[in-house]
Each structure stands twice: as structure tokens, then as C-alpha cells.
Design a protein around this ligand. Structure first.
Ligand code: C2E
Ligand code: CA
Ligand code: CA
Length: 924
């Protein structure tokens, strides 16, 4: 079996392996060249007449045999070409399937390219993910890599070995596939012309697909290489080799692969002979001709606009089998005549019969082994010739078809149209009706046998005028596995992996469809968005596996209420949606919402523990609340958010939620996705020593690079995160990014302490200290370089709990800072008992110190107080040189504010620090 036929299938349904096995054999039918026996009477009429008769006999015989050979070669070439096309398609599917994998989606940066710390994390992940591809297709893929939009490799696997980061190349932008791939829309695969792989040093063809981020921009491309050698006909075909094949590049005329020679660089570069080049340059899907004294047939492989490979498969008969055809001429006919006169008719007849039998045996073997169905039929689909594969498929086991195992049958004994599944009959009849000489008609049908349903791609060639065939030659190639892979790919992209429910994309499609129906019916479409309450607690208490098991039960429970009407989808996390078609009013939707909530109220038994589930439901209905899927989903999200925050079980979207807050609320849904897609980023603001002028550290301040709104500041989304249970995730996200940055600075030889802001919810999360410790360990950052800023208010929501958490964090060696001090009501006594290291004086006092004497006084007393407790004093909001001077005079330790620097991206900060160091050393 050819190597490339060994690619695993997505699924195998029951058809016999013999039928399925893709063999590199000709699909040519074993048509019997009809013997032309000169009449005895003619022979006896005299030497002259006999001579004339023999000349005509032999030349007609030669023409018929040549036509017969041509159609055999053409059929074999077409079969090889269809295998290659299928292989290209298969490689495309693998590429797309892989690109769909969430592991790659998770890596996508929000905007631009991955920078320092992100790069390191992603490289590690990408390497693993590429190795995963190797596991899926063992031995098939010689090299796979993920390349970002600048041409830098993020991860690479060569023959199963994950390349270390140090080996990753940055110069992939020059490769022949890079630019064409990035120019393609998502979901397309570019297949470049063969080249020598820099990793495996063998000739390869490559497949690459663009990966886009949440805002639709390509951020990387996923690439893999397959050895060109894989196209070589396999050992089985080689042993029974009756033909030799070449793959020739149509444009250059170069021979890419020669079944008779090993694939080495020189053979690939070999230019074909002028005759060969002229033949492949001819337009058209197929051609026949004579090249280098051999009869050849050509079939083209053009795999569409994304494929740079315009190839021809050239099939030739080995010359010894062909010799007498090509050398035949009048002189040899004359010699044959003389010989025949001597040998007489009996000998002539014996000789021709033997030749026929040999020829036939050869093609019979090819046909017997072909998995393609080959039939000769009339326009009504009644066959008079069938390949054994047809019988294997159609005959009940052990019984044999009506043919009794014969390939030639009486016309009418087998009716192909009746044998295919009903849906395909009209199409097949049409293909048969329209088949015309010189034109290939194509179609598709399915056949259900005892082994299951197989789908075939069928092509029909009209050879009615060919005396050796006299009918329509129908070849059908089994594409069941290819379709199954395609379907699985589609299924995966439209369904949630955990629950198998439709995902957001499919829901959006379903809504649009339902809207169309509703418009015709004069009904409405309802959309309910359900978010489980306190699901996180379930996860935290019982673990994620338990949480997953619970989530899997939600869909069936909801579907039970719907009783077959409507769709349940999972949008992610603990968020589900229900689509309700054919509604007459919003009340029907709220009724269903109520019923769903009652159903959820029945405890869920998970691994022997009963859990109660509550949910908040947002309700919208088409017509009243929107007319397209996007608006309805957005408004359902807002309604759900209101239900949640107002502790209402069900909330129907209300346009009176004013535009401003509605748009704010719409951010909630976006924020959830932003956390997944990496749209959040950190800016850093320096903290500078008022005594030495040194940069002591930075505060990490989160920003949201929103695809539509641009850069969004934390004041807009931190409160939303607090209210929607996203705060813990946000903090972890920020901590992770900040520590990765700290690591980068350590590696660069200038460690800098980083301050991260916490929320009250972090202090209340049981495992928070462990999470921080894990992250420090993961990034190998010493604890003293991390500072955590906590506001008075955060501590005041539950002081004993907050204190306990701060103790644990402090014990890890992390510095703790009391943020926005002075704005709240922390009493001095509380201050003394907290394990804090630093106080940040709220910027409302600092900013106006110069103008407002009372504020100046407060700052002075805070500095004194702090110092008496042994704490470091930081002044926030330093906007002028004047304030800076006063603070220094008061003995304040550290300043932070616009006068020094705003919070800026890491690259800008690095420059800022370098400039500052430069000017400081210059003034010294
Ligand atoms: P904050 O912790 O008090 O952070 C200082 C804020 O003051 C920052 O605003 C900073 O840009 C701003 N600022 C700095 N210097 C000056 C100045 O001289 N004048 C004025 N007028 N403002 C100055 P930003 O980045 O908008 O952050 C706002 C708040 O959002 C932060 O206040 C913090 O409470 C919260 N926040 C930011 N990032 C995070 C985070 O990662 N996690 C949490 N939980 N909260 C964060
Ligand atoms: Ca802060
Ligand atoms: Ca502050």
C-alpha cells in the first residue's frame, strides 16, 4: 500500500477493508479485445487477396489494440490523479482540523505579535501541540511548526522531536508558503510547490493555514510538511508493476517523482524530455501521446487556487510490452505476411489468442484488485461488465450477485441505478444521460450494503464508439472516509467539546435560521441565556472533574423541559443558551425560563453527591428586542447580567436600561472572552525613590485592548469583573503576565519589583495564597520581587478573613502594600496589626498638595505615622515637579505619578528606565 494511503481515517464504518483499501492499481476494466479472425475462404482465394486481407487485419488490429491500450493507460492515470487530489484534500483537512484545536486558539494574542514573556509561554505550548499532531498522524508528518506573523517560529516538531526554543528560527518569512498563507482567509490551506525541507533535508510538499485572533487578524500560521516520497506508488503496486508513473510539474516540465527511480535531489530537478514537456503543457484534463517511443497517458492534478501544485501524472507502458506496436509499419507487415504465409492460419490464430489472454490476464488482475467500482453500462445504468469490487459491495455475503461471480453479464442483469440509494438515483441517471464522447461527467451517490453506507464519487466516460468497450465506462471512487473527516471537522467547529452541545457559532447560525422561519410564520424567536450561580464554588470545592460532570448533566436536563422543541447550546464556562422557535409572545419565553429553572432546582447527583444548581436567566425575543443573532445575543447577555446582579431569577431585556449602562453591560460578555483570547495586557508605571532617584519597582496596571472600542481602562471593566465573578480569573491573568515580565527582567540582568493590585474577592478565595506561590514557582521569580497592593476597602469587607490571607501571603515573603490610603476609614490600630510593608497615600491628597494646605497637612501626618510604624511611604499621583520637591522635603520615600511617567507598555518602560539611568549617571 502506498505510504500516503496509510493516513488514519477519522472513522471507519463497516465496509469491507478490501473494498476500502486504496490500491494503486489501474481502474481500467478488463475489456476483452475481440479477436479478428480472417475468414478461411478469403485466404483460399489467392496470395494477392490474402495479402491484402492480412495487411488490413493487422493494421486494424493494431489500431484497436492501441485504442484499447490508450484507454487502459488513461484509466490508470486518472486513478493516480484522483488519489493525489484526494491526498491533497486530506492534508488540507488535517491542517484545518489541527487549526481548530482549542490549544492553538488559546495561544492567540489579542493584538500584534507575541512579545517576550508571552512568546516563551506560547513556544512551550506550541511545541507540545505540534507533538500532538505527530501523535495523531504517526510517521506521516515529517515536520510541523507554528510561525507567528513576523516569521518567527513559536514551536516546531521534526519527526516527533520537539525543538528547544533556542533552535527556533526567526526567518520563516522568506519561505515560499509564508506570504501566500497569511494572505488567505481563515479556513483555507495553502499547498506550496515541493522544496527541500531545511529540517529533514528531503523533498516535501507543505500545507499551511492562517490562524486568526479574536479580532479576525492573522497572528500565526500552522504549517506541516509531508515527504514528497509519500506519493510514490507503494510496494504492492511496484511488485505488480505493469505501468511506470511520473509526476511532472506542468509549468516547468520537471519530473518530480519517477516510480522507477529513487527520489534524490537530482531526480527531482530532472527536466522531462521535450516530448514530455510538450505533452504536459497541453491544456485539458487528460491527454495521450507517444513519448520516447512509449505510449503514455496524462491526467492532471489541479487542486484549486490555494494549491501551487499544478501537476500531471504520466503513465507509460514499459517499452518491451509496447515494442511491436510502435515498430509496426508496412515493411513489417510485409514480413509478417511472408511469415504468415509460411505458418498458416492455425499458428496465427494460436499466437493472437495467447497474446490476448496475456493482455487480458494483466488487466484482469488490476481490475480485480481495484477498490474503485468499475462498470460498463448503458444510458439506463444497466451493466454488462462489472469489476469484482462491485460484487464485493453489492452481493450479500456468500451468495454472489446475479452474475454468479462473472465480470461479463447479460445487459440488464445488474441495474446500477436501482442499486444506489434512492437520493442518488436521479443524479446518477442525469450523469449517464449527459455523458458524451471526449467529456468526463461526474457525480456522487451512496450505496447501502450489509456493510453500511458508502459514498462514491463517480465519473463516466462515453466509450460507446470504442469497439473494445461499446458502452459508458463508469468508475466510482469511495469517498466515505474523506466525507466523514470533513463532517467531523465541521462538527468539532460547531460543538462544545465537553458537553457535545452546539457552541456559540452554531447557536448564532441556528438563530439566523429560526429568524427566517419566524418571519415567514409571523412568530418570534426567543433566546434565553442561563448562567449558573456559584458554579465556581462547585469547582473549587469538589474539583474540576466534578464540575465538568455536572456541566454535562445540564444540557439533558434542559432539553428534557423543551421536549424536542428548541435548541440547548453551551456558550462556555457555566453559560448555556436556549433557542425557542415559534413563540407568540414574550410570556411564552418567560414561562419556559421558569420551567427550566424548576428543572434545575432538582438536585443533580454527581459522583454520589447531590448538588443544587441555581441559575439566572436573561430573556429576549425577536421583534421586540432585536432582529439579528448578534443583537439578540448581546441583549440576552445584558438581561442575564441584570438578573444576576439584581438577584432576579429571570430578567427580560428592557430597552429602558439606558444606552450607556447597556453598552457597559455588553462589555461583560466581551470581558469573559477577552480573558480567554488574551486581549488584556499590562502597562507599567515606575515607582521612584525620592532620596536616590532610582527606579525601585513598577506597578502593573491592566488594560483591555478591545477589538472595537480600542484601549479600555480598568475603571470601566474592573467593577464589571467584580460583579460577574470574573475577578479571580482576572487577577490570576494579571499575576501570570506580571511574573512572566519579572522573569524577563531578571534574565536581562536588571531585576525589578512588580506590584499587582488585588481585589477583595482574591482575599476571600481559599486557595489564593497557593495560586500565588505556584505562579512564583512557575516563573521562578523570588517572592521579594512581588508586591501585592490591597485597598483598605478590600480589607474592610471581611477583616478577619482578609488578615488571615495577608498573613499567608506575607509568610511567602511577598511585600504587601496598602493602596489608596487615606481615602477610606482604616483606624490606626488596625493598621498596626496588619502584616503590611508599605502605604500608598491616595492620589486625591497628593495631586492638590501644592494648592490645598489641608491636603498637604494630611500627607505630612501620614508620612510621619507610617514612618513611626516602620513602613515605606509611597505618594501616588505626583503630577508636578513642585509636589515632588515638597514630598522629598517631607521625607516621603517613594513617588509615583504622571510627572515621572504614566503607565506605559513594557518596551516604552525599558527605554524610559534606560534614559533615566543615562541622565542620572551623566549628572553625577
Ligand atoms: P490604582 O491602583 O490606584 O492605580 C493608580 C491609578 O492612578 C492608575 O490608573 C494610574 O494610571 C493612575 N495614575 C498614576 N499616576 C497618576 C497621576 O499623576 N495623576 C493621576 N490623575 N492619575 C495617576 P489606572 O491604570 O486607570 O487604574 C485605575 C485603577 O484600576 C487602579 O487604581 C486600580 O484600582 C485598578 N486596577 C488597575 N489594574 C488593576 C489590576 O490589575 N487588578 C485590580 N484588581 N485592579 C486594577
Ligand atoms: Ca494600585
Ligand atoms: Ca492607588
Amino acid at each position: 500500500m502506498a505510504k500516503y494511503a496509510a493516513m488514519p481515517r477519522a472513522s471507519t464504518n463497516g465496509s469491507g477493508a478490501d473494498v476500502r483499501g486504496r490500491r494503486r492499481v489501474a481502474r481500467r476494466l478488463g475489456a476483452k479485445p475481440r479477436g479478428r479472425v480472417p475468414g478461411l475462404v478469403t485466404g483460399l482465394l489467392g496470395v494477392l487477396l490474402l495479402g491484402a486481407s492480412l495487411i488490413s487485419t493487422v493494421t486494424t488490429g493494431r489500431d484497436a489494440a492501441l485504442a484499447d491500450l490508450d484507454s487502459k493507460l488513461s484509466a490508470h492515470a486518472a486513478s493516480r490523479a484522483s488519489d493525489l487530489t484526494e491526498y491533497f484534500e486530506r492534508a488540507q483537512s488535517i491542517n484545518l482540523l489541527l487549526a481548530h484545536d482549542s490549544v492553538f486558539k488559546l495561544m492567540a494574542p489579542g493584538e500584534g505579535v507575541l512579545s517576550g514573556p508571552q512568546f516563551a509561554t506560547v513556544s512551550a505550548q506550541a511545541g507540545k501541540a505540534m507533538a500532538y499532531l505527530e501523535q495523531l498522524y504517526p510517521g506521516q508528518i515529517s515536520e510541523a511548526c507554528l510561525i507567528d506573523s513576523t516569521g518567527a517560529e513559536l514551536g516546531r516538531v521534526v519527526r516527533g522531536r520537539v525543538a528547544p526554543v533556542s533552535e527556533l528560527s526567526k526567518g520563516e518569512a522568506d519561505t515560499p508558503f509564508f506570504a501566500p498563507t497569511l494572505g488567505l482567509p481563515q479556513g483555507h490551506v495553502y499547498q506550496a510547490a515541493p522544496y527541500v525541507s531545511s529540517d529533514t533535508h528531503e523533498w516535501v510538499i507543505s500545507n499551511s493555514t492562517p490562524m486568526v485572533n479574536a479580532s479576525g487578524r492573522p497572528w500565526a500560521l500552522l504549517h506541516f510538511e509531508l515527504p514528497l516520497d509519500g506519493f510514490r506508488p507503494g510496494a504492492e503496486a511496484a511488485s505488480a508493476r505493469s505501468f511506470s508513473d511520473l509526476i511532472v510539474d506542468n509549468r516547468s516540465g520537471q519530473v518530480l517523482l519517477d516510480s522507477a527511480r529513487p527520489l534524490v535531489e537530482s531526480s527531482l530537478g530532472r527536466a522531462g524530455s521535450p516530448e514530455l514537456r510538450a505533452l504536459v503543457a497541453r491544456p485539458g484534463a487528460s491527454a495521450s501521446g507517444t513519448v520516447d517511443g512509449q505510449r503514455v497517458a496524462v491526467a492532471r492534478v489541479t487542486a484549486g487556487p490555494d494549491n501551487a501544485n499544478s501537476w500531471s501524472v504520466v503513465v507509460a507502458m514499459p517499452s518491451e510490452a509496447l515494442g511491436w506496436f510502435s515498430s509496426i509499419g508496412f515493411s513489417s507487415v510485409a514480413m509478417a505476411l511472408a511469415a504468415l504465409l509460411l505458418l498458416a492460419f492455425a499458428g496465427y490464430l494460436r499466437a493472437t489468442h495467447r497474446a490476448e489472454r496475456q493482455g487480458e490476464a494483466r488487466y484482469r488482475t488490476l481490475i480485480d484488485q481495484s477498490s474503485d467500482l468499475v462498470l460498463v453500462v448503458d444510458r439506463a445504468g444497466r451493466a454488462d461488465f462489472l469489476s469484482p469490487s462491485v460484487e464485493r459491495l453489492l452481493a450479500p455475503p456468500g451468495k454472489g450477485l446475479a452474475t454468479g461471480g462473472k465480470q461479463r453479464v447479460n445487459r440488464g442483469a445488474v441495474d446500477l441505478v436501482a442499486a444506489v440509494d434512492p437520493e442518488g438515483r436521479a443524479g446518477l441517471s442525469a450523469v449517464l444521460r449527459t455523458a458524451a464522447p471526449g467529456r468526463m461527467s461526474a457525480g456522487e451517490f451512496s450505496i447501502t450494503s450489509t456493510e453500511g453506507t458508502s459514498t462514491f464519487e463517480v465519473s463516466v466516460q462515453d466509450l460507446s464508439s470504442d469497439p473494445s468497450v461499446r458502452g459508458l465506462v463508469l468508475t466510482a471512487h469511495d469517498v466515505t472516509d474523506r466525507l466523514a473527516l470533513k463532517n467531523e471537522m465541521e462538527h468539532r467547529s460547531l460543538h462544545d467539546a465537553l458537553t457535545g452541545l452546539p457552541n456559540r457559532a452554531m447557536l448564532a447560525d441556528d438563530i439566523e435560521q429560526a429568524l427566517g422561519v419566524a418571519e415567514r410564520d409571523g412568530t418570534s424567536v426567543g433566546l434565553l441565556l442561563l448562567d449558573l450561580d456559584r458554579f465556581k464554588e462547585v469547582n473549587d470545592t469538589f474539583g474540576h472533574d466534578y464540575g465538568d460532570a455536572l456541566l454535562r448533566q445540564i444540557g439533558p436536563r434542559l432539553a428534557g423541559v423543551l421536549g424536542g422543541v428548541g435548541t440547548v447550546a453551551r456558550l462556555g464556562g457555566d453559560e448555556f443558551a436556549v433557542l425557542l422557535p415559534g413563540l407568540r409572545g414574550v410570556n411564552q419565553a418567560t414561562d419556559v425560563a421558569g420551567a427550566l429553572l424548576s428543572a434545575l432546582a432538582i438536585p443533580f447527583p454527581v459522583e454520589g453527591i447531590d448538588v443544587d444548581v441555581e441559575a439566572s436567566v436573561g430573556v429576549v425575543i425577536s421583534g421586540e428586542h432585536g432582529q439579528d443573532a448578534t443583537t439578540l445575543m448581546q441583549r440576552a447577555d445584558i438581561a442575564m447580567y441584570v438578573a444576576k446582579t439584581q438577584h432576579l431569577a429571570v430578567f427580560v431585556y428592557d430597552a429602558s436600561i439606558d444606552g450607556h449602562s447597556a453598552s457597559k453591560l455588553a462589555l461583560v460578555g466581551d470581558l469573559r472572552r477577552a480573558l480567554d483570547s488574551g486581549e488584556l495586557l499590562l502597562h507599567y508605571q515606575p515607582k521612584v525613590s525620592l532620596t536616590s532617584g532610582e527606579v525601585l519597582g513598577v506597578e502593573a496596571l491592566v488594560r483591555w485592548q478591545h477589538p472595537e472600542r480600542g484601549l479600555v481602562f480598568p475603571d470601566e471593566f474592573i467593577p464589571l469583573a467584580e460583579n460577574t465573578g470574573l475577578m479571580n480569573r482576572l487577577t490570576k491573568y494579571v499575576l501570570n503576565a506580571a511574573l512572566a515580565q519579572a522573569r524577563t527582567w531578571i534574565d536581562a540582568g536588571r531585576p525589578l519589583s512588580i506590584a499587582v493590585n488585588l481585589s477583595a474577592r482574591d482575599l476571600h478565595e481559599e486557595r489564593f495564597a497557593e495560586v500565588v506561590a505556584e505562579l512564583l514557582a512557575r516563573h521562578e521569580v523570588p517572592a521579594h520581587l512581588l508586591e501585592l497592593e490591597v485597598t483598605e476597602t478590600a480589607i474592610m469587607t471581611d477583616p478577619p478573613r482578609a488578615r488571615a490571607m495577608l498573613e499567608r501571603l506575607s509568610a511567602l515573603g511577598i511585600r504587601l502594600s496598602l493602596d489608596d490610603f487615606g481615602a477610606g476609614y482604616t483606624s490606626l490600630s488596625q493598621l498596626t496589626s496588619l502584616p503590611i510593608d508599605e502605604i500608598k497615600i491616595d492620589r486625591s491628597f497628593v495631586m492638590t498638595m501644592a494648592e490645598d494646605p489641608s491636603n498637604a497637612l494630611i500627607v505630612r501626618s501620614l508620612v510621619d505615622l507610617g514612618h513611626s510604624l516602620g513602613l515605606t511611604l509611597v505618594a501616588e499621583g505626583v503630577e508636578t515637579e513642585g509636589v515632588l520637591q515638597v514630598l522629598a522635603a517631607l521625607g516621603c520615600d517613594v513617588a509615583q505619578g504622571y510627572h515621572l511617567s504614566r503607565a506605559i507598555p513594557v518596551a516604552a518602560l525599558d527605554t524610559w528606565c534606560a534614559d533615566r539611568l543615562g541622565s542620572m549617571t551623566a549628572t553625577r
